[in-house]
Design a protein around this ligand. Structure first.
Ligand code: DQA
Length: 145
């Protein structure tokens, strides 16, 4: 079975983007970590990144069909700033019935007020916040039965 790891807007800039918040690992490093975690648990990992809300929504719908068909365990998603704005992503996760772990590299609750609200959390299976890129490894483990 498979787990889909989705990184949202600006996460292609990992490594150089605000390293005091997000660390020095690049997106490629994160995706390598995810592949290693998948290998350890015997699950296939697919990693995708997009800066476009509609593309992320289409991927959630696709994951919903894969889960329903029994091919996928669920989704690990860092929705980036869409976390704090996107009712459309909330609706997509609910509508597609996807088991989804919401993940943030930084501790959003220790940052600006506008990062304290998540539209994703009420639709998520669980949430991992502030544990750095190690959070991806923990989120993958959480989806393995
Ligand atoms: C983030 C936190 C968000 O508030 C921010 O917009 C991001 C990254 C994180 O991983 O800590 O893009 O999701």
């Amino acid at each position: 079975k498979k787990i889909l790891v989705i990184n949202g807007p600006n996460l292609n800039l990992l490594g150089t983007r605000e390293p005091e918040q997000y660390g020095r690992d690049t997106l490629a490093d994160v995706e390598r970590l995810c592949q290693e975690a998948g290998a350890k648990h015997g699950v296939e990992i697919e990693c995708r990144q997009s800066n476009h809300e509609g593309v992320l929504i289409d991927w959630i719908h696709e994951a919903g069909r894969e889960v329903a068909a029994g091919h996928m365990l669920g989704v690990v998603m860092n929705p980036g700033a869409y976390t704090h704005t996107s009712i459309a992503l909330h609706d997509a996760i609910k509508g597609a019935s996807v088991p989804l772990i919401e993940l943030h590299i930084s501790n959003v609750h220790a940052r600006e007020e506008f990062r304290h609200r998540s539209y994703i959390s009420p639709a998520a299976r669980g949430i991992i916040v502030g544990l750095g890129v190690k959070g991806y490894v923990l989120a993958i483990a959480a989806l393995v039965p």
